[in-house]
Design a protein around this ligand. Structure first.
Ligand SMILES: Nc1ncnc2c1ncn2[C@@H]1O[C@H](COP(=O)(O)OP(=O)(O)OP(=O)(O)O)[C@@H](O)[C@H]1O
Length: 303
């Protein structure tokens, strides 16, 4: 199990839906296939075919294909069902909806952290074909509440780095996730340097998560996800909910620049927000989850 997978599972346990939520099958089939991810495979016949499907807003390759996905609570009550949409390279998809409507659950399904019905494909292939640990480092869920993690951020980073299914994408040297002006990449220091750009002193990495402010913990968790440069699609669960306006905008600009750079770094983001203003600043597409289904709408909330 990779460190990020371990983190994500720990986070899922403390923040969200557990594994007993549905009589569904997908998580049971988590074979640890050694197939490597096709980091540079955006020109494969399958990718080209899928990229030309209707619905692509920017001509980008198809990253995620969500087909008739459903998820239920422990007692079998559906949270959502028959959810279908695609995510393309270059998309910053804002996922909005009332509290409790199922936004976090949907992101955890995309990251293969939650049981679901239906099918989710990443670059045209099922998660199992990559090996689930590696899949989760590429389609990476970043939780809303890192404060519930044990230990310190540095412990956490070291744990992640001790697992070998975590590897930066081969083209990380030109990744849009690189800090501007950075000469070299070291996974032990890069997250710390990213966090520093976001106003986090290094000494905070040695404080327990529970003794960090909500905004400090949120920025550090995000800096780990970004700084390791393994993610192709980031799944962000209210990533700036604990931040002030200036810090939010700093993060927003960093992430949207990374997606826009289209240089083989970060390909797409699915981003949960409760702020229409934030949606307007960063979103390229808008999904709303309500009454158990998901529909696409305009920036102003129209369909
Ligand atoms: N472990 C669990 N077992 C059973 N039901 C759960 C579990 N976790 C969440 N739920 C329920 O699933 C539904 C969707 O929860 P989810 O956290 O996905 O909503 P959300 O839209 O992200 O909410 P918020 O905006 O408040 O974060 C809620 O009714 C919630 O109570």
């Amino acid at each position: 199990m990779s460190g990020i997978q371990m983190l994500s599972l720990a986070i899922a346990r403390v923040t969200g839906i557990g594994s007993g939520s549905a009589s569904l099958s997908k998580l049971k089939d988590t074979n640890e296939s050694s197939s490597s991810l096709p980091d540079d495979d955006v020109t494969s016949p399958a990718s080209l075919r899928l990229a030309s499907m209707p619905g692509s807003t920017n001509g980008g390759a198809l990253m995620l294909e969500v087909k008739e996905v459903g998820c239920a609570k422990a007692k079998g009550q559906p949270i959502f069902s028959d959810v279908s949409f695609n995510v393309y390279e270059g998309d910053v998809v804002m996922l909005q909806g009332k509290s409790g409507s199922g936004k976090s659950t949907l992101l955890k399904c995309l990251a293969h952290l939650n049981l679901y019905d239906g099918e989710i494909l990443y670059r045209g292939r099922i998660p199992q074909s990559y090996g689930i640990p590696k899949y989760r480092t590429r389609v990476l869920y970043v939780p809303q509440r890192p404060s519930l993690l044990p230990g310190t951020p540095r412990d956490f980073l070291n744990t992640i780095l001790s697992f070998n299914s975590l590897s930066p994408k081969p083209n990380h040297h030109k990744s849009g996730l690189r800090r501007s002006g950075a000469e070299s990449f070291d996974p032990h220091t890069e997250p710390i340097l990213v966090a520093k750009e976001w106003g986090i002193d290094e000494e905070l990495w040695d404080r327990t998560w529970s003794n960090l402010s909500g905004g400090e913990g949120q920025r550090i968790a995000l800096a780990v996800a970004v700084g390791l440069q393994s993610a192709d699609v980031l799944l962000l669960d209210e990533p700036t909910s604990a931040l002030d306006a200036d810090a939010s905008v700093t993060i927003e600009q960093y992430l949207t620049k990374a997606v826009r750079s289209k240089d083989g770094g970060l390909s797409a983001i699915v981003w949960i927000t409760h702020s229409p203003e934030q949606g307007g600043r960063v979103g390229t597409r808008f999904l709303r989850i309500s009454e158990g289904s998901v529909h696409e709408e305009n920036a102003d909330g129209g369909v």
